[in-house]
Ligand binder design. Structure first.
Ligand code: ATP
Ligand code: MG
Length: 631
């Protein structure tokens, strides 16, 4: 089929298009209306229809593929590796659902899931979906303060957690962090259900705390029917990464999300029933929701859930799983590929990857050198996809399931069906239609199925935050900055607040980073704009060298700094040349692996970096502070 035509129908003949996609899932009751946009920007999809995510992800497959693998759990932290067939997964989810019900959880109640990457986390999510409870998964790497603010916002009746998580062999006890978070939060859950992995000592507090194994075993063999939910009921809430500030609670529906995921598995991710999908994300992020748990299972695929690092026991571990489980589609993030890029490339060639159709990457701009490196190393197509927690599934990419198209290095691709993507002028709101004109990437409503319904508990904040930022028009702002080439491919240039204004020239940090990362000795780079009395702003670069042994002293650093400046001069022009190139051994990132440019910028300008609860390693920021002070 022709993608341009497919896309056109999705916008101009929206109802018919999505009515067709809706047939990809089971409905108890068919939807009455397809798209109700009578109260923009709040779009209601498939109103009148009733369905259930757990039914579609699990029960539906019991007829045709009960014994095929559904969930493949691999932990290189504990050495546990176990495959659950659809029938076994069904059994586990039933017990978990019964356990939740026994603790008083009912349809519409919130259940907060603060878990490491263990199979029980997926059972808990699916059990919530089954009984109509709203789950709110909080990334297991967060500590008390971050967790407390999410407990307070989500107001869970119950929290599911575990004794501990493990990362690179280092065990972190969760229970004390959770107890402290509950103490800090004004909202208190009625009960806490805890999986004891035997990694850290754990005491169950009388009355409130329950043991997962004991309680689920009590309910083994019990039948818990799927609750038939309205398509517009809430399936879950999830928080954004907090890269630009306070995380936002994204609320998602049931029916639209199920349809959107089922459609994306077919049209974008090339997923076929019986095949294996491997997403290296974490269930704490939207990618984990859409493409570890729900998407692959909806498609009748086996999904790999991996606990561990990409480089332990060695940098071949992911590829060994691809070979072993005949993974057909893999999903990861540029930040993970950059980690592998610092390792021996021979690992990419060590295993039989012939089952793999493509590697999908999302989460951050994918620079061309990184894309080329992994593409050549693996010998499979690399498919960049651009989206947000808010959207739930890709906004820009290529839909090879509809029409085979080459991806373009540096570009995530074209607008996906259902998304009326536009570029607008930041301050006038005027639509930009010219080739290579820079503008803010916005989405014209109605937003497609799967897109967030609102900010959890705060419709007004949803409208104010996302829909009222472009002057003169009501469009959803992505807060990303982009251009479109003559063939309609988009390029994301960075976030709207990451644009640098050097003596009147507006430069995306991304453009400068892309240029710097083409230097062979650059593994990672962050560019921020720093206030400058003369030029307004100047670009400042922070670089992690690929081989730090080449930088033993100030002279060698100065030499590389000069080389990098020359490179930028040659590629982009002297206006883009960073005023300084500092060398660090790690960059400050969010726990989801995104560069915390706002924090780097604040420190570089000698300001307070603000909310740092989502930072991965504070030492990274300290290193930058030290460099700035000592200069
Ligand atoms: P917050 O909204 O809390 O500041 P965040 O925007 O990082 O955090 P996410 O929803 O996890 O939260 O990330 C979405 C953002 O990630 C996008 O708006 C974009 O800036 C960036 N992004 C995601 N995928 C890509 C991609 N393929 N290319 C370029 N940028 C991407
Ligand atoms: Mg965002």
């Amino acid at each position: 089929m022709n993608y341009a035509e497919f896309y056109r129908r999705s916008i101009e003949d929206r109802e018919a298009f999505w009515a067709e996609q809706a047939r990809l899932i089971d409905w108890k009751q068919a939807p009455r209306t397809i798209c109700d946009n009578s109260k923009p920007p709040f779009t209601r999809w498939f109103a009148g229809g009733t369905t259930n995510l757990c039914h579609n992800a699990v029960d539906r497959h019991l007829k045709d593929r009960p014994d095929q693998p559904a969930l493949i759990y691999v932990s290189t932290e504990t050495g546990i590796e176990r495959t659950y067939s659809f029938a076994q997964l069904h059994g586990e989810v039933l017990r978990a659902a019964a356990a939740l019900k026994s603790l008083g959880v009912k349809k519409g109640d919130c259940v907060l899931i603060y878990m490491p990457m263990i199979a029980e986390a997926a059972f808990a999510m699916l059990a919530c979906a089954r009984i109509g409870a709203i789950h709110s998964v909080v990334f297991g790497g967060f500590a008390s303060v971050s967790l407390a603010s999410r407990i307070e916002d989500a107001k869970p009746k119950l929290i599911v957690s575990a004794d501990a998580g493990s990362r690179g062999g280092k065990v972190t006890a969760y229970k004390p962090l959770l107890d402290e978070a509950i103490r800090l939060s004004k909202h208190k859950p009625q009960s806490v259900l805890l999986v004891d992995r035997g990694l850290a000592p754990m005491e169950l507090g009388g009355g409130r705390d329950h043991d997962w194994t004991a309680l689920t075993e009590q309910h083994a063999g019990m039948q818990v029917d799927c609750e038939w939910l309205d398509a517009t009921d809430i399936s879950y809430t999830i928080y954004t990464s907090g890269t630009t500030g306070q995380p936002k609670g994204v609320q998602r529906d049931v029916g639209g999300y199920a349809v959107a995921l089922a459609a994306s598995m077919k049209h974008i991710f090339l997923g076929e029933p019986g095949e294996t999908y491997f997403s290296t994300s974490d269930i704490g992020w939207v990618v984990g929701h859409s493409y570890i748990v729900y998407g692959p299972l909806l498609a009748g695929m086996a999904t790999i859930m991996y606990e561990g690092l990409p480089i332990r026991p060695d940098a071949g571990v992911w590829w060994s799983l691809v070979e072993k489980y005949k993974v057909t589609a893999m999903f990861s993030a540029p930040t993970a590929v950059r980690v592998l890029k610092k390792q021996d490339p021979a690992f990419l060639k060590k295993y039989d990857l012939s089952s793999l159709k493509a590697l999908f990457l999302a989460g951050e701009p994918l620079d061309e050198p990184t894309a080329r490196w992994i593409s050549e190393g693996l010998g499979v197509p690399i498919i960049d996809n651009y989206w947000q927690t808010e959207s739930g599934w890709p906004i820009l990419t290529i839909a090879n399931g509809v029409e085979k198209k080459p991806s373009r290095f540096g570009s995530p691709g074209v607008p996906m069906y259902g998304y009326d993507v536009k570029l607008v002028h930041e301050s006038t709101g005027e639509e930009l239609t010219g080739v290579n004109e820079k503008g803010v990437v916005v989405i014209e409503g109605p937003t497609p199925p799967g897109f967030m319904q609102t900010v959890w508990g705060d419709d007004e904040r949803y409208v104010r935050t996302y829909w009222e930022t472009v002057p003169g028009r009501m469009v959803y702002s992505t807060f990303d900055w982009g251009i479109r080439d003559k063939d309609g491919y988009y390029f994301i240039l960075g976030r709207t607040d990451d644009v640098i204004n050097v003596a009147g020239h507006r430069l995306g940090t991304r453009e400068i980073e892309e240029s710097i990362s083409s230097h062979p000795n650059v593994a990672e780079v962050a560019v921020v704009g720093v206030a400058d009395a003369l030029k307004g702003q100047v670009a400042m670069a922070f670089v992690v060298a690929r081989d730090s042994s080449t930088l033993p002293d100030a002279a060698s650093r100065l030499k590389l700094e000069g080389d990098i400046m020359k490179l930028v001069d040659g590629q982009l022009g002297a206006v883009a040349r960073p005023s300084r190139v500092h060398f660090v051994n790690l960059l400050p990132k969010t726990r989801s692996g995104k560069l915390l440019r706002r924090a780097i910028q604040a420190v570089a300008e000698g300001r307070d970096p603000g909310d740092l609860t989502t930072i991965e390693d504070p030492a990274a920021l300290q290193q930058i502070r030290d460099l700035i002070v000592s200069k």
